[in-house]
Design a protein around this ligand. Structure first.
Ligand SMILES: Cc1cc2nc3c(=O)[nH]c(=O)nc-3n(C[C@H](O)[C@H](O)[C@H](O)COP(=O)(O)OP(=O)(O)OC[C@H]3O[C@@H](n4cnc5c(N)ncnc54)[C@H](O)[C@@H]3O)c2cc1C
Length: 423
């Protein structure tokens, strides 16, 4: 059986590996010259299943409105929005309803725990070595932050996640380089969570997929699928003339572009790009740097140790010019890094060493991704992983590979299929 995978972000690469390991002849098409060049490029790298949750949550609407006027807002809207973005907001508002939120959170967490297991299994069995660090610390600056954290802690308890509520002194023992001049009331420590370099993992897993027989066609873009023969792809490599290549099945893992790829088939996939930013810089002095991953809960900014680099990531922005990096959002990342780990990173006198990045989270309005068959023969999807694509990728890929080979996935996949979008 010949299978095409469209897209070589973390979702496409994991899908290609799982399929190739099962036996089909896999060809991956990627318009860039390498894997993980779009949203999977420089994300925060956090894998914390207990914190994987939909952004469509009760109370989120008023939070977003409150943040619209604050200087270091974690959430921003840039007007005007497109008609598709306005429709997305209406769907998102409906999904904030408590029962819908609870169902979607349960679906996402189920997938996230399974995915972490699969990530560890792949790492161990394929002996993949990439930058990773164990432990996750959620920093709470004030009593108010601590109060607001309580519902999340109940979710962790319900999910059986190991965590400790600790005071500031204990948090400083976990992360000794935390700035002594920045006051905070305490933290939540999750010793089993982790941060890891998503792009490095994708590069290594691509090699493993190739060893299992997968072929990667880079610098090759796929045109939107043709309803007359959806698995006969029209592909174009660089400046060459477009050519047709037929497959028995195609899996769309195109991140934000999946909507466009599927539209001619009459499948409306309401993805919105929720933009975020990261800065990555070499560590100047390891003793001043974080040991693992932290989240500043007030600013929703993650700081992660990735080998000899520190990465700071955050902000959620709807609308605006995709090519423009918003200065105030980047400034917030520098501020949070400076608040907690001044002197950790080599920032000055080395502008070229600091990587400032903007990426689009491919976000469905209600939260969970969509995995599996589309109802159109030969067309499968693995898309819409939003703010948690790294944490969800390995499990999502295994589920799709199981479904395609006719095996029952090990995970209960209720609510993770295309029918959710059509309901
Ligand atoms: C600031 C920020 C921080 C984040 N932090 C985290 C985190 O800590 N933990 C976490 O789990 N997630 C995080 N995420 C989310 C995560 O990065 C994404 O969910 C994930 O990368 C999505 O992967 P993907 O493979 O679906 O998309 P992408 O990585 O965008 O891959 C899609 C690929 O498809 C290719 N493609 C599309 N259309 C075509 C076509 N027609 N022809 C050929 N190729 C095509 C694209 O070129 C691209 O390479 C973060 C995101 C951002 C922006």
């Amino acid at each position: 059986m010949k299978v095409a995978v469209i897209g070589a972000g973390i979702v496409g690469v994991t899908t290609a590996y799982e399929l190739a390991a099962d036996g089909p002849e896999v060809t991956v098409f990627e318009r860039h010259g390498s894997v993980a060049e779009e949203t999977s490029f420089a994300n925060a790298g956090v894998v914390a299943p207990g914190y994987v949750t939909p952004w469509a949550a009760p109370g989120m609407q008023s939070k977003v409105l409150r943040h619209l006027v604050s200087r270091h807002a974690p959430v921003r809207i840039s007007w005007p929005l497109s008609a598709a973005e306005m429709r997305w907001i209406l769907q998102w508002r409906r999904a904030c309803e408590p029962a819908t939120f609870r169902a979607n959170r349960e679906r996402m967490q189920r997938l996230a725990f399974y995915s972490r297991e699969r990530l560890h299994w792949l790492t161990d069995s394929l002996q993949l070595e990439y930058d990773r660090s164990r432990g996750y610390l959620v920093l709470l600056r004030s009593d108010k932050d601590q109060r607001l954290e309580q519902p999340s802690l109940q979710v962790l308890r319900d999910a059986g996640v190991a965590f400790h509520e600790i005071d500031a002194a204990t948090a400083r023992a976990v992360e000794p380089a935390l700035n002594p001049d920045t006051p905070f009331v305490g933290a939540v420590h999750l010793p089993d969570d982790e941060a890891a370099n998503c792009r490095q993992f994708a590069i290594l897993l691509k090699r493993a997929a190739m060893e299992a027989g997968a072929q990667f066609e880079f610098d090759t873009s796929v045109q939107p699928l043709n309803p007359a023969s959806p698995a006969a792809l029209v592909v174009r490599k660089g400046d060459e003339a477009p050519r047709q290549q037929a497959f028995h099945a195609v899996v769309v893992c195109g991140g934000m572009s999946s909507t466009q790829l599927l539209r001619p088939l009459g499948l409306r996939v309401p993805l919105a790009p929720v933009w975020g930013y990261s800065i990555s810089a070499p560590i100047r002095e390891p003793l001043n740097a974080p040991r693992s991953a932290l989240m500043d809960e007030r600013y929703k900014v993650a700081i992660t140790r990735l080998g000899r680099r520190v990465r700071v990531a955050g902000s959620a922005e709807l609308g605006g010019d995709p090519l423009r990096k918003r200065k105030s959002s980047i400034d917030t990342l520098y501020k949070v890094l400076h608040d907690w780990f001044p002197g950790a990173a080599q920032l000055s006198n080395s502008c070229t060493a600091v990587q400032e990045w903007k990426g689009a989270r491919p976000m469905l309005p209600d939260g969970p991704p969509v995995l599996g068959a589309t109802g159109i023969p030969g067309v499968w999807v693995n898309l819409g992983h939003g703010s948690s694509g790294w944490a969800l990728a390995c499990g999502s890929a295994r589920v799709v590979a199981d479904l395609m080979s006719g095996h029952a996935p090990l995970l209960d996949i209720e609510g993770l299929g295309m029918e959710r979008l059509l309901a």
